[in-house]
Write a protein that binds this ligand. Sequence first.
Ligand code: NAI
Length: 327
Amino acid sequence: MYKIAFYDTKPYDEHSFEDINHPEIEFKFLENKLNKHTATLAKDCDGVCAFVNDDIGKETINELYDNGIRLIAMRCSGYNNIDLKEAKNKITVVRVPGYSPYAVAEHAMGLILCLNRKIHKAYFRTRDYNFSLNGLTGFDLYGKTVGIIGTGKIGKVFAEICKGFGMNVIAYDLFPDTSCDINYVSREQLFKESDIISLHCPLTAETKHIINSETIRIMKSGVFIINTSRGGLVESESLYNALRDGRVGAAGLDVYEEESDLFFEDHSDTIIRDDIIKLFLSLPNVLISSHQAFLTKEALHNIAMCTIQNILDYFEGKESKNVVLEE
Ligand code: NAI
């Protein structure tokens, strides 16, 4: 029996893992995020399972290591919150590379449809018996150009969804997939020609703040920016300024650079100190969801299945393509 400390778990996580028959693994579900202070909670465990906003920096790694932990099983695809350099030669890191590209791609399209046709406004208006249409004019997606940055699993599904709407799809990827029917262009061309830009690349040193005041300057006036990837891809203040000035027409943000202290929790009875998110939320053309794009039944099931398999593979010494870093 392998005992695993599951950090930052919510009821929907617990249900999805408990729904799977897994006699070899004992779960220790913890509400706490993993960080240097909470790492000791795993001292009676054989490994930890962590999520997108856990702080797995140098001190956390060393605290885990000192408590005998040799496995971090991420139950997500991204691992930009782990200090891999520090973990090297100490702890094995595994991840779930893909669990439902449809969940994230469909959410990205949901943000576009809602922002464009102002469904979020219509919802509140009609509940107040306000049936006026003033200010709700959108545009046809048909014939518009969507620029996709990152055409991996999610970007490719998103491209297909956009084609279904009759949109002209262009894309930029550091490693273009020439086997698929995607019109690759340079980053600059994508910025210049897109009516909507959707981000589906990982957060790396190269992609950090890929949306900034310089890149926004070359975009079409009124462009929509959709980010369901990682908050750090967008320089928030520049995006806010461009939204305020009308250079960016709308923003759909499922992720936010400073989300770790906010997202996944109910802060409705506290004073939020993050001024930028308050500014974003004051704009009618911004839609924020709190890292919700992955949240479908299918995705949760696939995450649980893959995480359990990753854990078993590690303890049984099996090779796995889901290993990010070997101990
Ligand atoms: P993937 O690994 O299949 O695809 C990523 C693509 O980005 C690859 O084609 C890669 O070549 C490309 N890429 C890498 N560096 C690049 C660069 N500098 N410029 C342009 N393209 C670059 O990943 P997948 O599964 O499609 O996920 C994409 C991102 O979505 C993840 O990195 C993750 O951050 C995010 N995500 C968000 C979720 C949410 O709930 N909001 C859930 C799951 C993933």
